[in-house]
Design a binder for this molecule. Structure first.
Ligand SMILES: NC(=O)c1ccc[n+]([C@@H]2O[C@H](COP(=O)([O-])OP(=O)(O)OC[C@H]3O[C@@H](n4cnc5c(N)ncnc54)[C@H](OP(=O)(O)O)[C@@H]3O)[C@@H](O)[C@H]2O)c1
Length: 300
C-alpha cells in the first residue's frame, strides 16, 4: 500500500476521447453549414446583379425564366440538402452512436468499480462480523419499561397510564443515550424525544423517518448502530422487548401495582436469570393514580 508510486501517465478514456471528437466534428459541420449559407446569400446577390446590372446572359432564358433563377434554385436545393444532412441525418446517426458509447462507458465504469471494490476488500479486509454478544461486550444493554402486575404495557399503541415520576425517571436515565425501539412505539410519539439518538427497527425497506433518526431492519443492526454508547436503552414495545430480553444486561422496570386491560405485554421475568438489585416503592398521590415501584434487575 505504501510502496513505490507507479509511473503512470494520466489517460483520457478511449470512449471519452471519441465523444469529444464527435462533439468537435459536430461543431465543424455546423460551422461549414453557416459558411455555406453566407456564401449562398452573397452568391445569389452576385448572380442577380450579374444578370440584371451587368447584363451577363441577359437573353438566356428557359421557359421565359432567367437562367440565374434556375442557378439560385439549384443552389438553394443543395443548401437545404446540406441543412438536412447536418441536422437530421448526422444527428440521428450520432445520437445512436452516443447512446452506444454511453452504454459502453457505463458498463466499463461498473467493471472498474467492481475491480476497485475487490481491491479495497483485499487491502483492507473487514473484521469478521462479531456476534451480538461480542459487539455489545463493552456496553450495558438496558431494557427500560413500565409494566402492570399482569405485565400489561400498552393498548391501542398508547401507554395505559400517566405517571409523571416515571416519565421523569425515563428522561433522566435515557438522556444523552441511544434509544432503540420498534416502529410502532416510535410512531406513538408525537415527535422524537430531545437529546437522545433514536434507532427505529422496521422490516420496511424504505421507511421514512425525520432526519437524525436511524432506521434499521433488525435488532442486531440496532445494537450495532449504538455500539459507541456505553448504555444503549431498549425502550419497547412488546415485540422488541420479547426479542431483546435475552440480549439485555440490565432491566429498569417501573412496576405499576395494578392489573390492566391491554393488547401489549412485557415477557415474564425469569428470576433464575434476573436478580433484583434495587427497589423503591412510590405510593399513589394526587399526581399518580397508582402505586408503583422502580426496580432494577441485572443478569445473574
Ligand atoms: N409501558 C412501556 O414502557 C412501553 C414502552 C414502549 C412501548 N409501549 C407500548 O407498546 C405498544 C407498541 O408495541 P408493539 O409490540 O405493538 O410494537 P413495537 O415493538 O413498538 O414495534 C413493532 C414493529 O417493530 C418492527 N419490528 C419488530 N421486530 C422486528 C424485527 N425483528 N426486524 C425488523 N423489524 C421489526 C416491525 O415494524 P414494521 O411493521 O414497520 O416492519 C413491527 O411492526 C404501544 O402500545 C406502546 O405504547 C409501552
Amino acid at each position: 500500500m505504501f510502496g513505490k508510486k507507479k509511473n503512470t501517465t494520466p489517460e483520457i478514456d478511449k470512449e471519452q476521447l471519441e465523444l469529444l471528437k464527435t462533439a468537435q466534428e459536430r461543431i465543424k459541420q455546423k460551422k461549414r453549414l453557416y459558411a455555406h449559407f453566407v456564401i449562398f446569400l452573397i452568391g445569389s446577390v452576385f448572380l442577380i446583379l450579374a444578370n440584371t446590372a451587368l447584363g451577363i446572359g441577359k437573353d438566356v432564358t428557359f421557359f421565359n425564366i432567367n437562367w440565374f433563377v434556375y442557378a439560385i434554385a439549384i443552389w438553394l436545393f443543395l443548401l437545404i440538402y446540406h441543412v438536412f444532412n447536418v441536422f437530421i441525418t448526422s444527428k440521428l446517426l450520432s445520437s445512436k452512436w452516443e447512446e452506444k458509447q454511453l452504454n459502453l462507458m457505463v458498463s466499463k465504469q461498473k467493471q472498474r468499480i467492481a475491480e476497485l471494490k475487490t481491491q479495497v476488500e483485499k487491502d483492507f479486509p473487514l473484521p469478521e462480523k462479531k456476534s451480538l454478544k461480542a459487539t455489545s461486550k463493552n456496553s450495558e444493554i438496558t431494557i427500560i419499561v413500565a409494566a402492570g402486575e399482569n405485565n400489561a404495557i400498552g393498548k391501542d399503541n398508547q401507554l395505559i397510564w400517566h405517571l409523571s415520576d416515571d416519565l421523569k425517571r425515563f428522561k433522566n436515565l435515557t438522556n444523552g443515550h441511544h434509544i432503540i425501539m420498534g416502529r410502532k412505539t416510535f410512531e406513538s410519539f408525537p415527535k422524537p424525544l430531545p437529546n437522545r439518538t433514536h434507532i427505529v427497527i422496521t422490516r420496511q425497506e424504505n421507511y421514512q423517518a425525520p432526519s437524525g433518526v436511524i432506521v434499521v431492519n433488525n435488532l442486531e443492526d440496532a445494537l450495532d448502530a449504538s455500539r459507541t454508547d456505553k448504555q444503549p436503552f431498549i425502550i419497547g414495545g412488546g415485540e422488541i422487548y420479547k426479542q431483546a430480553l435475552n440480549l439485555a444486561d440490565k432491566l429498569e422496570i417501573t412496576r405499576v401495582h395494578a392489573n390492566f386491560e391491554a393488547d401489549t405485554f412485557f415477557p415474564e421475568i425469569d428470576t433464575s436469570i434476573w436478580k433484583e438489585v434495587t427497589k423503591t416503592r412510590h405510593q399513589k398521590d394526587d399526581k399518580h393514580v397508582y402505586d408503583f415501584s422502580f426496580i432494577t434487575y441485572i443478569k445473574n
